[in-house]
Design a protein around this ligand. Structure first.
Ligand code: GTP
Length: 322
C-alpha cells in the first residue's frame, strides 16, 4: 500500500503569533491537531505508514504522535536541520526507506490542509493513467489569489501558471499529491527545492504524465488565523465541543463553534464565543472570551475580558490577532 509523507516543517509565518510556539500543523482545529485529522484521512484510504517531514519546532510532534501505535499506524520522522523546501523535504523523508527499489506510490500531504476528498480514488486515477504524479485539484470561485492548473479533457496537466488577473481555469493545486518513486529519485538530495515552482513545471515541460484529479469536496487551507478559526467552526458546528475530562462551570454560555481541548476548566458565568481553547487550560469565573486562541496550559484570571487575542502560558501578555 502507498506510503504517506506529511509536509509539516514550514514556519507558518502568516499564522503568527499562533505559530510562535506551535508548528502550524499542530494547531488544534475542532479539538485535534491538523496533522491528526490528516493521519485519520490517510488511514481511511488504507495508508498505514506515514513519514512526518519536520523542521521548524520539530520536537513538538514526537511527544504527541510517538510511533503511531495509538492510531494503529506506523509513524517515522525525517527532520531537516534547515528547511529544505517542499521538494527537498519529500526527498529527505523518502530516504528513510529504500524508495528506489519500492513499487509503492507515495502520497504527499501539505500539512496545512483539511480535505474531505477521496484519497483512494485519487490513487486509482493515478494508476489508471499510469501517471508519474497526480495532484488533487479543486475549483475555487476566484482563482486570482492562487496559481492555477489547466488540464486537458483527460485530466493531463498542461501547465502550472503563477497567480494572474485572468486565470484560465478555476482549478488550483489542493496540496495532496500521488508520486511514483521514480519522481522522487529525480529531486536532488540535500538541496532546497520547491515542488510547486521547480519539480512540477519541469516534469510537465519534459512531457511526463502529470495528472490532475479534480474532486469538489470540503477543502480548506488553514494558513491564516481567519481560516484556522473557520476550519475549527466547520468541524464543531453552531454550538461548542469539549474534549475528554473538561469541565464547564455553572451558567457558562459557550457558542459560535468554540472548541475546548481535553482536561480544561471553564469557570462559572463565562461567556465564550468563536474561540479555540487548548488542553489543560484554566479559565476563571465570569470571563468573556471572543474570537480568541488560548494555547494549551494557559491560565486566565477571573473576570478577564479577552477579545481577538492570542494567549499562551509562555508569552505573558495577550497578543492581538489583528
Ligand atoms: P507560511 O510561512 O505562512 O507561508 O507557511 P509555511 O511555512 O507553512 O509554508 P506553506 O504554506 O507554503 O507550506 C505548505 C506546507 O509545506 C506546510 O504544511 C508546511 O509545513 C510545509 N513546508 C513548507 N516548507 C517546508 C520545508 O522546508 N520543509 C518541510 N518539511 N515542510 C515544509
Amino acid at each position: 500500500m502507498a506510503i504517506g509523507i506529511l509536509l509539516v516543517g514550514g514556519f507558518g509565518t502568516r499564522l503568527k503569533p499562533l505559530t510562535n510556539q506551535t508548528p502550524k500543523p499542530m494547531l488544534p482545529v475542532g479539538g485535534l491537531p491538523v496533522t491528526e485529522h490528516q493521519l485519520l484521512a490517510a488511514k481511511k484510504a488504507g495508508i498505514n505508514t506515514v513519514i512526518l517531514a519536520t523542521s521548524y519546532l520539530a520536537e513538538v510532534f514526537t511527544p504527541y504522535f510517538g510511533d503511531g501505535s495509538k492510531w494503529d499506524m506506523k509513524l517515522l520522522y525525517a527532520e531537516e536541520n534547515e528547511p529544505l523546501g517542499t521538494g527537498g523535504a519529500i526527498r529527505n523523508a523518502a530516504s528513510l526507506i529504500d524508495f528506489a527499489s519500492t513499487n509503492e506510490e507515495f502520497v504527499i500531504f501539505n500539512g496545512d490542509v483539511l480535505s474531505g476528498h477521496n484519497i483512494a480514488a485519487q490513487l486509482d486515477f493515478h494508476r489508471l493513467n499510469q501517471a508519474d504524479v497526480t495532484l488533487h485539484l479543486i475549483d475555487v470561485a476566484d482563482a486570482r489569489a492562487f496559481g492555477c492548473v489547466p488540464t486537458d479533457s483527460n485530466g493531463k496537466v498542461l501547465d502550472f501558471l503563477e497567480k494572474m488577473e485572468n486565470p484560465v481555469t478555476n482549478a488550483i493545486n489542493a496540496g495532496c499529491y500521488v508520486f511514483n518513486s521514480s519522481v522522487i529519485s529525480q529531486i536532488p538530495a540535500e538541496k532546497v527545492v520547491s515542488i510547486e515552482r521547480e519539480t512540477f513545471p519541469q516534469l510537465v515541460k519534459s512531457g511526463r504524465p502529470v495528472y490532475g484529479y479534480n474532486e469538489q469536496s470540503y477543502w480548506l487551507d488553514i494558513g491564516t488565523p481567519a481560516a484556522l478559526f473557520k476550519g475549527s467552526r466547520d468541524i464543531v458546528g453552531e454550538g461548542f465541543l469539549a474534549g475528554l475530562g473538561s469541565k464547564i462551570g455553572e451558567n457558562a454560555v459557550i457558542a459560535g463553534g468554540t472548541s475546548i481541548g481535553q482536561r480544561s476548566r471553564i469557570g462559572a458565568n463565562c461567556k465564550i464565543n468563536n474561540s479555540i481553547i487548548g488542553d489543560g487550560v484554566l479559565i476563571g469565573d465570569g470571563c468573556t472570551i471572543e474570537d480568541s486562541f488560548i494555547l494549551h496550559d494557559s491560565q486566565i484570571a477571573d473576570n478577564s475580558k479577552i477579545i481577538g487575542k492570542y494567549i499562551s502560558p509562555k508569552e505573558n501578555l495577550p497578543i492581538s490577532l489583528q
